[in-house]
Ligand binder design. Structure first.
Ligand SMILES: [Fe+2]
Ligand SMILES: [Fe+2]
Length: 135
C-alpha cells in the first residue's frame, strides 16, 4: 500500500532524515513507473536511481555509526547489504514478467515498507545511542 511520509519516521538527525524522505520518494517513483507500465528503460533508470541513493545513504549512516562507535555497526551493515539483494530480484522479475500490479506492490514492499521498518527497528537504535551517549 502506498503510504504518505510521516514525521513518525524521523530519527532526529537532520541530514539522515532528509535522506530518508528522498529515499521514500524514490521508492514511490519506482512504484508508479512499474504500475503505469513505463518502458523498461524508465524502470531501469528508476531502480538505478534508488540503488545509488540507497548506496549513498547507507554510506552516510555507516560512517556516522563508525564515528560514534555504535556497537551494532556490523549487523546494521548486513541489513543494508540485504536491501540490494531483494532489489536485484525485483529487477530480474520485472524483466522476465513485465510490469504488473503485483510487481509494483512488491517494489513498495522492498523499498517503502523496508525503509519504514528499517528506520523504526534499526536506524532508531543508532540515533538513540548517539543521543544518549555522554559527551
Ligand atoms: Fe536509514
Ligand atoms: Fe540503516
Amino acid at each position: 500500500m502506498l503510504k504518505e511520509w510521516s514525521d513518525d519516521y524521523l530519527v532526529g538527525i537532520e541530514a539522515i532524515d532528509k535522506q530518508h524522505k528522498d529515499f521514500f520518494e524514490a521508492a514511490h517513483r519506482l512504484y508508479d513507473y512499474i504500475l503505469n507500465c513505463e518502458g523498461e528503460k524508465t524502470v531501469e533508470e528508476s531502480v538505478a536511481f534508488l540503488r545509488d541513493y540507497a548506496n549513498e545513504h547507507f554510506q552516510t549512516e555507516e560512517a556516522f555509526m563508525e564515528k560514534h562507535g555504535f556497537p551494532g555497526l556490523e549487523q546494521h551493515k548486513r541489513l543494508h547489504a540485504g536491501f540490494f539483494e531483494v532489489l536485484d530480484m525485483l529487477v530480474d522479475d520485472v524483466k522476465v514478467f513485465g510490469p504488473s500490479q503485483h510487481l509494483a506492490d512488491r517494489a513498495l514492499e522492498i523499498s517503502q515498507d523496508w525503509l519504514i521498518h528499517h528506520i523504526a527497528d534499526e536506524d532508531s537504535q543508532y540515533a538513540a545511542y548517539v543521543k544518549d551517549r555522554p559527551r
